[in-house]
Write a protein that binds this ligand. Structure first.
Ligand code: FAD
Length: 326
């Protein structure tokens, strides 16, 4: 409740907030303006035994020419991951490749990156944006798999009612190579299509984890919420999955470079590093999402507007840093 009111106040004064102040806060959550800063952050996290996934900031372009920038920049990211021998994936936003402007062109832009990444076994995660592109994003994954590019998977948002059906369909079609990142979903979607209260979202998240594990998918559990993390640990244990245990599920995807035994825990850069390190110390594979790019300001502002609760999290992180160590 306090978070909701606080967040709304922050969002209402965003337009008059000095850019340097937003920049000062964003520094914790964004690696920097360029690829070099992202590589630096990735190397640092590898020393803490974390894998990473890199995101070039930007989304929903206005013209197809803008997509060229993302295609070229992600090629540079793939090159850097190989050159520096990093244990990293890439995360891409389909609308930055033009999916909302021209479905076919967007798909072909994305496929250029998936093909290049496949050559060196780099996994490509399609971030999930708002409900306008849910089906198109899933269709891109299915299309890539039909072209034998199985190094591709999407994010599914547990707040959406449709997610269980999506998990089932994707698992059925991709047969043993389904690979999801499950999360609550950052976009506050309408009540006709989504859960809107905390408890229902968490319950839905937990049952999505069960379903995806039971259907032999690789599951990235992307949450900083201890309720979800603890539930996931129990769910893994009850299926004989966990640190040092071989994934014995029937159809589970095997031998993926840089992947764990059937699952991993994922965190955003700058959020609850202490929780991630504890999971890593227990032997779980952990991955940190590393955004970088010149569009850090637009990205931070959009996130705050879309979900004002983030402002509350950020504020808590500043005044109770021991709860949210980087
Ligand atoms: P919450 O209850 O929101 O958070 C639990 C606690 O974590 C909070 O109390 C706070 O202490 C801390 N915390 C959480 N977020 C922040 C923050 N931003 N700053 C400071 N502290 C914070 N959503 C999508 O819709 N599409 C995606 O593709 C997507 N990809 C993601 C990738 C990763 C690796 C992660 C971790 C999240 C991703 N999300 C994505 C966001 C996700 O949907 C949630 O909005 C976000 O993770 C907050 O939910 P939570 O489960 O962490 O729980």
């Amino acid at each position: 409740m306090a978070g909701g009111i606080f967040g709304r106040i922050v969002v209402s004064i965003l337009p008059v907030m000095p850019k340097f102040l937003i920049g000062w806060v964003a520094r914790r959550y964004v690696a920097g303006k360029d690829l070099q800063s992202a590589v630096k952050a990735m190397k640092k996290l590898e020393l803490e035994t974390a894998c990473t996934t890199v995101d070039v900031l930007g989304e929903e372009i206005k013209s197809l020419e803008e997509a060229e920038f993302f295609v070229e920049e992600y090629k540079r990211v793939i090159f850097a991951i190989n050159k520096e021998n990093l244990n990293a994936n890439i995360s891409i936003k389909p609308t930055a490749f033009g999916l909302l402007l021209d479905r076919e062109k967007g798909l072909e832009n994305i496929s250029k990156i998936c093909e290049l990444a496949a050559k060196t076994d780099i996994f490509v995660r399609l971030d999930m944006e708002d409900h306008r592109v849910t089906q198109d994003t899933i269709d891109v994954v299915l299309e890539m798999h039909s072209r034998n590019l199985t190094n591709v998977g999407c994010v599914l948002q547990s707040r959406l009612f449709r997610t269980k059906e999506d998990i089932q369909k994707i698992c059925e079609i991709t047969k043993g190579s389904a690979d999801f990142r499950l999360c609550k979903g950052i976009y506050l979607e309408p009540p006709e299509i989504s859960h809107t209260d905390y408890q229902s979202i968490v319950e839905s998240f937990c049952s999505d984890i069960d379903l995806a594990l039971d259907l032999d998918a690789y599951v990235g559990i992307a949450s900083h919420d201890l309720k979800v993390i603890n539930y996931a640990k129990d769910a893994l244990k009850s299926r004989n999955l966990g640190p040092g245990v071989m994934d014995g599920r029937m159809n589970s995807p095997k031998n993926r470079i840089g992947k764990g035994e059937g699952y991993e825990f994922q965190f955003l850069l700058g959020v609850r590093g202490n929780v991630r390190r504890k999971l890593a110390d227990e032997g779980h594979l952990t991955r940190v999402y590393i955004p970088y790019g010149s569009q850090w300001y637009e990205y931070s502002m959009r996130r705050l507007r879309e979900n004002p609760d983030i402002a509350w999290h950020v504020f808590k992180a500043m005044i109770f840093p021991w709860n949210n160590r980087r």
